[in-house]
Write a protein that binds this ligand. Structure first.
Ligand SMILES: [Fe+2]
Length: 190
């Protein structure tokens, strides 16, 4: 499959697999020596970066289309789930890996995201493929990639999960997040 052949469902499902791989590694860590904790922090930062970009792209591009063409209820439920996961990511951003709540928050986040992914892949995505043309799905895919390229990399739970505010806050928050990431080496090995 070339990049041009990918539709929005392929792209979002790939994001889900990538996050699930990081979750599996996080689950396998478990031991609390400092090297393992450093790896845990790196993985949590990488998971957060991937999830925030994915969530913003879904909220700006995908959910409005789902609301219009598939079901308002499915779009609203997905947005609520994003808001909850964003709170967990914010908590994790503030916690040290040696803090006992760090592990607890990771588990909470994994449960939230896995439920959300199961719902999207089990219901929303098949429904989108039922009612939308291939052309439409490919076009949405292109828009998702464009938003992901400029989306924030840190959770911003105070920004409402609506396309307008997300888009307005996106480039500024995204730039600011990236500068902070650059300065701190966040999400980068060694
Ligand atoms: Fe998703």
């Amino acid at each position: 499959m070339t990049d041009q052949d990918k539709d929005v469902v392929d792209i979002l499902s790939e994001d889900h697999r990538e996050v699930e791989e990081m979750f599996r590694e996080l689950e396998s860590l478990g031991v609390s020596d400092p090297a393992v904790q450093a790896r845990g922090r790196l993985l949590v930062d990488q998971v957060t970066i991937a999830l925030v970009r994915h969530a913003v792209a879904e909220e700006v591009v995908v959910y409005p289309a789902v609301k219009e063409r598939v079901s308002e209820e499915e779009a609203e439920r997905a947005k609520r789930e994003h808001a909850e996961a964003e709170e967990s990511m914010k908590a994790l951003e503030r916690l040290d890996p040696e803090d006992p709540s760090f592990d607890q928050e990771i588990r909470k986040l994994m449960t939230e995201i896995r439920t959300h992914v199961a719902e999207e892949e089990g219901e929303m995505f098949p429904h989108m493929r039922e009612v939308m043309s291939r052309e439409e799905l490919v076009k949405l895919g292109g828009q998702v990639e464009a938003i992901k390229a400029m989306a924030p990399t840190r959770p911003h739970p105070s920004v409402p999960n609506e396309p307008g505010p997300r888009l307005a806050a996106g480039p500024v928050a995204g730039l600011f997040d990236r500068l902070r990431d650059l300065a701190s080496g966040r999400g980068k090995e060694g």
